[in-house]
Design a protein around this ligand. Structure first.
Ligand SMILES: Nc1ncnc2c1ncn2[C@@H]1O[C@H](COP(=O)(O)OP(=O)(O)OP(=O)(O)O)[C@@H](O)[C@H]1O
Ligand SMILES: [Mg+2]
Length: 329
């Protein structure tokens, strides 16, 4: 393990939201470590807590009506959970760039794409309008918009979905952040556009050295852009490790199920969905949270004893009792 502290470290994170009259944990034990310049994928089914975890990294849980009740988040030496609004404002957009999950909602139809980027620059840098506009044009050019000087004056509706996503990327990287959080950045795009946007992200990472937290339910995409991967299930981190190793020898039955569910790929070469569905955050599940869906339960312990995420060597961790044993993969 490197000696320098990680850029981002999320430990034992619990996040609650009100469901009816009760506060209920939607993330109950998230663990995530990201080194400077590293690329980490965050995967898991819909509702597993990926977006909420990333919102917590930006200190936005309170604004969403929730609360962090346990655990810590440190970004480059700053305690995000305890941070004052001024520091959070400085972190967001400036040192952490974010591409939100629903780009359509993030671009205001009343402003030109150039205005969007220029405003982001001016929020964090003391520059004139003219300078910010110039920067916006150069960023549009950098993210692959042809005739950027002219197109900067277009409105979002004049841009295709892929082009809007490029604008979102330009906004996210406008202040040269140390960390880019990309939440499902290509999900809404068709496959060829998706490939081009991924290529762009890869290029930007390579040339800037920024770190990236790449959130997606699409494991194939994650394997193309990340070095490490963290798998979440029902609010918990269930597995993490180098992406290639997690893919080749998954050490949690949930990860195995996700890989086997990749259409046309995985071990089964067919669509094999994991039985059942993700439990409601309010469900009380004794033992391992995945045990009701697990096809490799081995002992009563699985049904009764809560599992902790455990290091199993080679930079890998798993929350499965059987992880690291010969029969695990
Ligand atoms: N603002 C909110 N208020 C209440 N509950 C919320 C809020 N945002 C998320 N949740 C709940 O938190 C849980 C995790 O949601 P989250 O959006 O993090 O899932 P996700 O893994 O990003 O899923 P997807 O792949 O669909 O984006 C879900 O049960 C969701 O209903
Ligand atoms: Mg999400």
């Amino acid at each position: 393990m490197p000696n320098h502290p990680p850029l981002l470290e999320v430990r034992d994170l619990t996040i609650e939201f009100p469901f009816g009259k009760r506060w209920t944990a939607v993330v109950s034990d998230a663990q995530l470590t990201l080194a400077k310049g590293d690329t980490v994928g965050l995967v898991g089914e819909s509702g597993s807590g990926k977006s909420v975890t990333s919102m917590a990294v930006l200190g936005l849980i309170g604004e969403l009506g929730g609360r962090v009740t346990r655990g810590s988040i440190h970004f480059d030496g700053n305690d995000v959970v305890k941070a004052r609004p001024g520091l959070l404002h400085q972190l967001r957009g400036d040192r952490i760039g974010m591409i939100f999950q629903q780009p359509g909602r993030s671009l205001n139809p009343a402003f030109t794409v150039g205005d969007h980027i220029a405003e982001t620059v001016r929020r964090h840098r003391n520059v004139s309008r003219a300078e910010a506009w110039k920067k916006a044009v150069s960023l549009l050019d950098r993210v692959g918009i042809a005739r950027a000087g002219e197109r900067a004056s277009d409105y979002p509706h004049q841009f295709s979905g892929g082009m809007c996503q490029r604008v979102m990327i330009a906004m996210a990287i406008s202040c040269e952040p140390q960390l880019l959080i990309a939440d499902e950045p290509t999900t809404a795009l068709d496959v060829t556009v998706q490939a081009k946007v991924l290529e762009l992200l890869n290029e930007l990472i390579r040339e800037s050295g920024m770190a990236m937290l790449f959130i997606s339910h699409d494991l194939t995409v994650v394997s193309e852009v990340t070095r490490r991967v963290v798998v979440m299930y029902a609010g918990e981190t269930v597995e993490s490790g180098p992406t290639s190793q997690v893919f080749s020898t998954p050490q949690h039955p949930y990860t195995r199920g996700l890989i086997a569910s990749i259409p046309g790929g995985g071990r089964q070469q067919r669509l094999k969905l994991i039985q059942g569905g993700i439990p409601s955050p309010a469900a009380v599940i004794p033992g391992c949270r995945f045990h009701p869906r697990c096809d490799s339960r081995v002992s009563d312990l699985c049904n009764t004893q809560a599992m902790a995420l455990r290091e199993i060597g080679n930079g890998r961790s798993s929350r499965c009792l059987r992880a690291g044993t010969a029969s695990a993969s």
